[in-house]
Design a protein around this ligand. Structure first.
Ligand code: SF4
Length: 412
């Protein structure tokens, strides 16, 4: 959107208004792939004759033949070539196809930001090879962006009034593993230290960190997490609570190692929020393995869990393994979700009655509702907050909880 806007193209949210429709696709899961296909077909049916359709995103790099089949006259552009988006959108030719993997530095791309939250990519790709993952096929291997460019970008965003800087990556924990500055390794804790030195009133949220390589940085990372400008929030996907399944997934750690990391963070960073992702029904997950996952959830008591039913992705190792039946996956995901709802509700309820400082960051799902974040990134719906409170710190009394968020009202 940044490129398009910079070139003078007007971005519209109204399809009838637009001359060109860009569909940015995600195929990380089977259901998202199906939704994308449905959407492209629907747009083609309504606007196919009158408007140019450009398909972008991971569907182009990982399954271009599907796009060609469902929308043969559309143009395509892969994620690594998104810097050519203006050419593709403004070209009078349809059926343009720009693909191929090349090194790009997305950080320096023009961007369109909205609100007070600014996502800043710190790297692209990862160092793992998980058997279920299609992202690995669509995105290249690890490429960390230069720390100086990241810091300059954030300085600029802070000076423009952004209050929450979200450092994004497929795996933040491996940031810098590919950088080598005269023999000195510059890793995530080094980057965070530089970012946190920037003057101004803002908070930093570190994106997803995989456990596989965490042992290389954990001590320094915990040290940085004490900084008041860093949200005490860890998104660390465990995926399964069973060692046999973790091995099949090729995750590169054991449940015991994972628990140790959580223990250390909890011991040294009080009140930290721990979020995780779990896949149920991965090939090799029998009933016993699933019970191990439930057991782990009950032991660790995550603050937040995203539970996904395993979905078979083309070209991945897991897709060639014997599959768990659909109804079993569905059942397991219901059970795991129920357990997490109980745990999440119990944890969140313990916040009722607290007076807390909240940074107002976004609009809520409902009209005229506004959401802020506690220092540990827990979301709080502040009932009497207003639009112009966005970006401000408010004192809030928490008077209600769900398993998902907290609710409250302003206080002094
Ligand atoms: S860490 Fe694993 S799941 Fe995440 S992007 Fe890399 S290969 Fe995929």
């Amino acid at each position: 959107m940044g490129y398009l806007e910079e070139s003078g193209i007007t971005i519209s949210d109204d399809l009838d208004d637009a001359d060109v429709i860009v569909v940015n696709t995600c195929v990380v899961r089977k259901d998202s792939e199906e939704r994308m296909i449905r959407r492209i077909m629907e747009l083609r049916k309504i606007y196919g004759g009158s408007k140019k359709i450009v398909v972008a995103g991971c569907m182009v790099s990982s399954m271009p033949s599907t796009v060609k089949k469902i929308a043969p006259e559309s143009s395509m552009i892969s994620p690594q070539n998104i810097d050519k988006i203006v050419d593709v959108v403004s070209s009078p030719i349809s059926k343009e196809y720009i693909s191929g993997v090349k090194k790009i530095d997305k950080l320096t791309f023009p961007r369109l930001y909205r609100g007070v939250v600014a996502p800043v990519p710190i790297s692209e790709g990862c160092m793992s090879d998980c058997s279920f993952c299609i992202t690995k096929i669509s995105r290249s291997t690890l490429r960390s962006y230069h720390p100086r460019v990241i810091v300059e970008t954030i300085k600029d965003l802070v000076s423009r009034g952004f209050k929450e800087i979200e450092l994004t990556s497929q795996d933040s924990a491996v940031y810098g593993f590919d950088l080598n500055d005269h023999g000195y390794r510059f890793m995530l804790p080094d980057l965070l230290n530089r970012v946190l030195e920037i003057e101004g009133d803002f908070m930093v949220r570190v994106g997803m960190m995989n456990p596989q390589w965490l042992d290389k940085i954990i001590d320094d990372l915990i040290e940085v997490y004490r900084h008041p400008k860093l949200y005490k929030f860890l998104h660390i996907p465990v995926q399964s609570g069973d060692n046999k399944v973790l091995k099949i997934m090729k995750r590169g750690y054991t449940v015991e190692e994972f628990e140790q990391y959580i223990l250390e963070f909890r011991r040294k960073v009080p009140d930290i929020t721990i979020a995780t992702d779990i896949i149920v029904g991965h090939p090799g997950e029998d009933h016993h393995a699933f019970l191990n996952t439930l057991d782990m959830m009950a032991r660790i008591r995550f603050d937040r869990v995203h539970i996904a039913q395993y979905s078979m992705r083309p070209l991945t190792e897991a897709s060639r393994m014997p599959q768990v039946k659909e109804h079993i996956k569905k059942f397991r995901s219901k059970v795991a979700e129920l357990l997490q709802e109980i745990i999440g509700y119990e944890i969140n309820s313990s916040f009722i009655g607290r007076r807390a400082k909240v940074l107002m960051t976004e609009r809520g799902f409902r009209r005229h509702t506004y959401v802020g974040r506690l220092m540990n990134y827990r979301p709080v719906v502040v009932r009497d907050a207003l639009e112009n409170d966005l970006g401000k710190w408010l004192y809030v009394e928490i008077d209600e909880a769900t398993f998902f968020d907290l609710r409250g009202h302003r206080t002094v």
